[in-house]
Design a binder for this molecule. Structure first.
Ligand code: NAD
Length: 392
């Protein structure tokens, strides 16, 4: 099958197995060129391991610290006629790379919010790994079925308090236009907290702890985006921001509950980047293409793998990591500092459909978007006939 990108709105509905393998290979090669992580993790669970920040976390733990990794993700398997999701191919490629390097790995494909998948993960760890010393929680999902009530909760991306009109960028149509978002109801907020808040992170840690598979001095981190003024109305101070605040509550609770193993739970604030999750958020594609422009000029641009390597070396495994007043780790300083934000705000005020390609890093944004799905790599032959059916 010859596979070309099929972009629909903010998503690409197919993916390229060879290109996804190239995406993983590049991240692995980059990590191998960095100094290895001193006193890094040895047995790692990554929840949301197949794309974006979770995939980068798995690669960093495995190739930067020689860790055995068990990953959980929710991906679609390919058939002879239909491609799988990018996360499927990324995971297959990760397995191949880990095999070559002699690293232990295992991946579980299923709903991480369910107790069944938690149990399957625990059973694998008990039978095959020592105790887990790092749990990375990197889920981004629009829905969660509550395992206690059976109720399906859907998250929404809406402002809180009042209607909000802003500029946004339509990836598919390559168009800058205004979007008006109605304010969330109390129910919307509660549902978004249910899906993207800390409850499921706490449930994972409780079940892992009760099963006796967490090591003494285990660390755990969940990822957040805090951002600044431009993104606050739709992110930081919006429904998703409320859910992320709940992660702060959960991290405090986790530290308190598991003092017996001296558990350290951190919320880690990362920079805005093109991922499948962020492409779906109004405002973010426009904002990201502007910060790419500014941060590339400043020489501070980073992708997922660079962010996560710094999180491990300057945060989780640093002797004396810097924390904010809420006890969070921050890898987002190059983006959120006042000088950089001032430049982005100036561009934001000027940007229109006519000047978008000059003011923003449209090429960089678009390239990263295609790369998420295994397209746009100059060393991949996209005219070649490839078999989409790749197994793990
Ligand atoms: P992503 O869409 O690339 O990855 C999401 C991962 O979650 C995938 O591995 C997917 O398979 C998995 N997943 C989704 N639903 C699942 C389910 N029900 N069961 C099992 N696995 C499931 O997203 P991302 O952007 O890497 O986001 C990861 C975390 O990082 C999120 O908490 C996000 O808020 C945070 N973050 C993202 C950004 C950004 O700009 N992208 C910035 C800061 C923080």
């Amino acid at each position: 099958m010859v596979i070309k990108p099929k972009i629909r709105g903010f998503i690409c509905t197919n993916s390229h197995p060879v290109g996804c393998a190239e995406n993983v290979r590049r991240q692995v090669e980059w990590i191998k060129q960095q100094p290895s992580i001193e006193n890094g993790p040895k047995n790692v669970l990554v929840i949301g391991c197949s794309t974006g920040y979770g995939l980068a976390s798995r690669i960093t733990a495995a190739f930067g610290s020689g860790a055995a990794t068990v990953g959980v993700c929710f991906e679609k398997e390919p058939t002879e006629k239909r491609t799988g999701t990018a996360g499927w191919y990324n995971t297959a490629a990760f397995h191949q790379q880990a095999d070559q390097a002699g690293l232990q790995y295992h991946s579980i494909n299923g709903d991480a919010f369910s107790d069944e998948i938690k149990q399957e993960t625990i059973d694998y760890i008990k039978a095959n790994m020592g105790k887990i010393d790092l749990v990375v929680y990197s889920l981004a999902s629009p829905k969660r079925k509550d395992p206690e009530t059976g109720e399906l909760h859907s998250s929404v991306l809406k402002p809180v308090g009042k209607q909000y009109t802003t500029k946004t960028y339509h990836t598919d149509r390559d168009e800058v236009h205004d979007v008006t978002l109605d304010p969330a109801t109390e129910e919307d907020i509660a549902n978004t907290i249910k899906v993207m808040g800390g409850e499921d992170w706490e449930r994972w840690i409780k079940q892992l702890h009760d099963a006796g598979v967490l090591a003494q001095d285990c660390q755990t981190t969940a990822y957040t985006y805090i951002g600044k003024k431009l993104t606050w109305p739709i992110y930081g101070h919006a429904t998703i921001g409320r859910a992320k605040e709940d992660l702060d509550r959960a991290s405090t609770q986790l530290d308190k509950n598991y003092q017996d193993i001296n558990l350290k739970a951190y919320v880690s604030s990362l920079k805005a980047l093109v991922t499948q999750a962020s492409s779906a958020i109004p405002v973010m594609p426009l904002y990201i293409s502007l910060i790419y422009k500014v941060m590339k000029q400043e020489g501070t641009h980073e992708g997922c793998i660079e962010q996560i390597y710094r999180l491990f070396t300057e945060g989780l495994y640093a002797a004396d990591p810097e924390l904010d007043s809420e006890g969070r780790l921050h890898m987002d300083g190059y983006e959120t500092n006042d000088a950089t934000q001032a430049k982005i705000e100036a561009l934001w005020d000027q940007v229109t459909q006519d000047n978008f390609h000059q003011l923003a890093d449209y090429e960089g944004y678009h390239q990263d978007f295609l790369n998420l799905f295994g397209f746009g790599f100059d060393n991949v032959d996209y005219e070649a006939d490839v078999n989409p059916k790749v197994n793990w």
